[in-house]
Design a protein around this ligand. Structure first.
Ligand code: C2E
Ligand code: CA
Ligand code: CA
Length: 421
């Protein structure tokens, strides 16, 4: 809504909402499983209810998740069509959050609350639709206890940073790593990073989490630089980090403190995070760029930004989302997307990283298509520093060192270098 308000003004965005609402009402009127929210006089029934902002609710008599998903898809197909307004074509994007009776609640307010939580999570993770579950609920007992545990884990250094290599396909050389956070919970065991990063965002500790990752990565950079390695480390930022007014100052301070080169640090920001508040994002991205730190657009292809928009940002690298790369040798549509992204990014002067490279065929195809950098399980799974350093010593790829002559060069790309951690 904010984006549209800024473009066409509040009054007109109201009109746009009415258009979207009409579409929704027409569609659900034809759907057999929709239950009226209110039976009106004669045969008028209210099937859709407008909530605050641009949020609508409806009730559906369906318990099968697959069927629910199909219904959600139909609704999104209908909503997500561009609206023409005053000669402009405005894109409309909807998300769906769902909750079940009786497993998620037995009263309307409880069910609504859970559906809104699912909606919030869907939006923040850029999932088109999401059914509520305790795992995603920042207010569930598990999430609340995880948030507390995460806070202490950060204080007592109980988190770990894993590293996954990135290989330049032009010269089969390891040129950097992506730093990925890991947390083994004493009671729940391994917790997927996307899950606890979300909890950190919702519990207001993402600033501390990112600060820990940055310092750990920059300290590692210092060690590697002192060993003559010339590797780049990419650190993931969350959308919420872009609101920190002193983010770039603190990074520069760390760079100074550890005496590392800012050229060897990159920050990855998802397409969705860059779009959340474009004005704020642009300001921070410019500051990052001015500090000589690299910027990558992460998960490119699953959000809604266009290359035309990204071109206005000081980004130099684009990471094609792994969902397109993993199957690209089996799915021609995916390969077309990868190829098109490569061509367009290259003509805009951006470097392209393909992540999710799981086999040799994909690696070779990417090389043939002119992709710059590859990352994935086939090359090496994310590993703790000692295991990664061991892999570095034995890999058949060459490894980037400061000064050319120190490089270990191989003639041929390796057959299979996959290792596990
Ligand atoms: P991401 O930034 O897209 O990170 C890449 C993910 O792809 C990692 O998942 C990595 O383990 C996985 N991956 C790498 N190669 C392959 C492959 O060949 N096949 C498949 N299927 N997967 C591959 P991981 O480590 O579970 O991280 C998940 C997400 O959690 C990350 O996605 C990122 O969004 C978030 N995350 C991880 N570490 C951090 C962090 O330090 N800070 C923040 N803010 N987010 C983080
Ligand atoms: Ca990333
Ligand atoms: Ca990614």
């Amino acid at each position: 809504v904010r984006e549209i308000n800024n473009t066409i003004g509040t009054i007109y965005s109201g009109e746009l909402l009415i258009t979207v609402c009409r579409r929704l009402c027409c569609l659900v009127a034809q759907m057999p499983r929709i239950i009226p929210i209110e039976e009106g006089e004669s045969d008028s029934r209210a099937l859709v209810c407008a909530m605050e902002d641009a949020t609508f609710a409806l009730v559906c008599n369906e318990s099968n998740e697959r069927n629910l998903h199909d219904i959600g898809e139909k609704i999104l197909d209908t909503i997500n069509r561009p609206v023409e307004y005053d000669g402009m074509v405005l894109d409309v994007h909807g998300y769906i959050g769902m909750s079940h009776y009786p497993s998620h609640g037995t009263t309307p307010s409880e069910l609504l609350r859970k559906a809104l939580i699912a909606l919030d999570v869907a939006r923040s993770k850029d999932l088109l639709q999401l059914i509520y579950s305790n795992d995603v609920d920042p207010y569930s007992a598990r999430s609340l206890s995880l948030a507390g545990d995460l806070k202490s884990a950060l204080q007592v250094d109980k988190l770990e940073l894993y590293y996954q290599p990135q290989v330049s396909l032009r010269d089969d050389e390891v040129i950097g790593v992506e730093a990925l956070i890991r947390w083994i919970h004493p009671k729940y065991g391994f917790i997927p990073p996307d899950e606890f990063v979300l909890i950190a965002e919702q519990a207001g500790i993402i600033r501390q989490l990112t600060a820990w990752v940055l310092e750990t990565a920059i300290a590692k950079l210092n060690v590697w630089e002192s060993e003559g390695l010339d590797l780049n480390i990419s650190v993931n930022l969350s959308a919420k980090n872009l609101d920190e007014h002193d983010l770039v100052d603190r990074i520069e301070l760390l760079i100074d403190q550890y005496g590392v080169s800012s050229d060897n640090l990159s920050l990855e920001i998802t397409e969705t995070a860059m779009m959340a508040d474009p004005k704020q994002a642009l300001m921070v991205l410019n500051a990052i760029n001015d500090a000589g730190i690299g910027l990558s657009v992460d998960d490119f292809g699953i959000g809604y930004s266009s290359l035309a928009y990204l071109k206005r940002l000081p980004v130099t690298e684009l990471k094609i989302d792994r969902s397109f790369v993993m199957e690209m040798c089996k799915d021609t549509d995916d390969q077309v997307i990868v190829n098109t992204t490569l061509n367009m990014s290259h003509s805009l002067g951006m470097t392209v990283v393909a992540e999710g490279v799981e086999d040799r065929e994909t690696l070779n195809t990417l090389r043939r298509l002119g992709c710059d950098i590859a990352q994935g399980y086939y090359i090496c799974k994310p590993a703790p520093a000692p295991a990664f350093e061991q892999w570095l010593r034995k890999t058949e790829f060459s490894v980037k060192h400061k000064g050319k002559d120190q490089r270990k060069r191989d003639q041929r790309p390796p057959d299979n270098t996959a290792t596990s951690s």
